[in-house]
Design a protein around this ligand. Structure first.
Ligand code: HEM
Length: 500
């Protein structure tokens, strides 16, 4: 009767029902099979899984769940199986595992081609290899880049001095300065701090990072968000992220056009130059070296290279004002080694153990990327004998390692001394400190970041006394979206020029 109503032949209906049953059985079989294989963990709701229960400070929640379910646990999150690795030995093993190098299949910003940081497999390997070769050739890890960073810091310190102790928005100004170091690598030049283009690029980058959450529905429920354009239209966060990313990439396109125009007579001076040359070399191959990927990769380096270092510097300012005794110790070390006239060199770090210990402790305590960037299992694999089926998303909980009481004495306290030898003359870098992740997908900017952190910190303490704005209580409130940020941007006053 029902079929008569819709005018469908019974045979067709039977075939349809048969197919549906086969699909359902296959789905159930896969579900049970994967469920049996995966490590145990918390239950969630049908379809949504554990996604609605994820809290704002997810890294703390994951660390708590590990206490209940063990160091390697799993849960269903939207459509995806997720495995969380929380313990140092398991993370060390996972970082060496070549089947855990991939990223989720969906990009973090909907509707855009994957960038180097979002790619998987051979395409990622090629893009990363070429990027690192170009960046090394144009100065990454060489003294030429250090000289340029020192010039940039010179401008930054001059601007801070010109405020004559008035309140300074440290994060904004340091953000522009740190972004310039990446601009030099990417575009071959810096921006003046009042340059409207430089400011707009930073603003757009900031808007993207403010709107992309770690546990974004777009990544964990790709089928529901399949109609990307619709998703972007209806979700204000995604719409903001998408339009800001577009504007950032437009500015990058303008830079690429300028580079194309000068290319004929020009040596390779920056990433865009190098990439354009690679594109020309590979134009007859089927490798994905194209304008779109160039734009996406440049935007990635720009964002990943400035937001992270700037926020770590903000954490350091917080620690300097919270622990003035440590600020004084760094200043004492400066007095004994560099003095107050000469700019610091990165080589000075070898005679400044306390300053380096302060940097390492800041990296541990800030744990800026507490849950790493999501990885995906490209094959069925195992970590510590726990099965991780193909396409499971994998989280490395670096926060749990950095706060593990079995690895660190009094892990919630800021104690640079933990990185010093007993007599205080040597800095000891712990293998348990992993702010830049590790293995083949380790942050490619780790060395640059360490150079920047050392040079900015020492230059600031060398020139100013850092203290909180008058009448302000020091706040260590954190905002976590994709990275941890000091919630109330640390505003600094009393940047008194020191009288030596
Ligand atoms: C304090 C500063 C920084 C921290 C804490 C940091 C941390 C990280 C972490 C944890 C990852 C994920 C690695 C993984 O998937 O295992 C990463 C990836 C990445 N970082 Fe950094 N980073 C910093 C600075 C930089 C700088 C200065 C650059 C620019 C040169 C940069 C560029 C990148 C890129 C492009 C990726 C993606 C790499 C890939 O997927 O192959 N980062 N970073």
């Amino acid at each position: 009767m029902f079929l008569d109503h819709f005018n469908v032949s019974p045979n067709l209906f039977n075939i349809f029902c048969g197919c549906l049953t086969v699909c359902l059985i296959k789905y159930l079989f896969n579900f049970i099979n994967r469920f049996r294989k995966l490590p145990s963990g918390p239950w969630g709701l049908p379809i949504l899984g554990y996604l609605p229960f994820i809290k704002k400070d997810a890294y703390i929640q994951m660390t708590e769940l590990a206490k209940k379910y063990g160091p390697v646990f799993s849960f269903k999150c939207g459509q995806c199986d997720v495995v969380v690795i929380n313990e140092v030995k398991a993370i060390e093993e996972a970082l060496k595992n070549d089947h855990l190098l991939a990223r989720p299949k969906t990009t973090f910003i909907p509707g855009r081609n994957p960038s180097l940081a979002e790619m998987s497999g051979e395409t990622w390997k090629q893009q990363r290899r070429v990027a690192l070769t170009i960046l090394r050739n144009v100065g990454l890890g060489k003294s030429t880049l250090e000289t340029k960073i020192k010039e940039e810091i010179g401008h930054f310190i001059d601007v801070l001095k010109s405020t004559h102790g008035k309140e300074v928005s440290f994060k904004e100004l340091s953000g522009l300065s740190v972004a310039n170091n990446i601009s030099i690598l990417m575009f071959g030049h810096r921006f003046e701090y009042d340059d409207p283009i430089g400011n707009e690029m930073r603003r757009n980058m900031q808007k993207v990072s403010d709107n992309i959450e770690y546990f974004t529905k777009f990544v964990f429920m790709p089928a529901i968000f399949f109609f990307v354009s619709l998703a972007a239209k209806f979700s204000p966060e995604l719409r903001n992220a998408n339009s800001s990313q577009k504007e950032l990439e437009e500015k990058i396109t303008e830079e690429v056009t300028k580079h194309r125009e000068k290319k004929a007579t020009h040596e390779i001076e920056d990433y865009i130059d190098g990439y354009l040359q690679e594109m020309d070399k590979l134009k007859d191959s089927n490798l994905s070296f194209d304008m779109n990927t160039l734009r996406r990769n440049t935007a990635d380096f720009y964002a990943a290279g400035s937001d992270t270092t700037t926020n770590t510097l903000s954490f350091m300012m917080l620690y300097l004002i919270t622990y003035p005794e440590y600020q004084q110790k760094i200043r004492d070390e400066i007095k004994e080694t560099i003095g107050f006239e000469r700019q610091p060199d990165y080589a000075d770090r070898t005679s400044m153990p306390f300053t380096m210990a302060f940097i390492y402790e800041s990296l541990r305590m800030s744990s800026l990327v507490p849950l790493n960037i999501l990885r995906r299992a490209s094959q069925d694999t195992k970590v510590m004998n726990h099965s991780i089926p193909k396409d499971t998303l994998v989280i490395f909980n670096f926060w749990a390692v950095h706060r593990d009481p079995n690895l660190w004495n009094d892990p919630h306290s800021f104690k640079p001394e933990r990185f010093l030898s007993d007599d205080g003359t040597q800095v000891i870098k712990s293998p348990y400190l992993m702010p830049f992740s590790g293995g083949k997908r380790i942050c490619p900017g780790a060395t640059l970041a360490l150079i920047e952190l050392f040079l900015y910190l020492v230059s600031i303490v060398q020139n100013f006394i850092v203290s909180p704005p008058e009448g302000h209580k020091i706040s260590d409130e954190i905002n976590y979206i994709f990275i941890r940020m000091v919630k109330n941007p640390v505003k600094l006053t009393n940047f008194h020029t020191l009288k030596h």
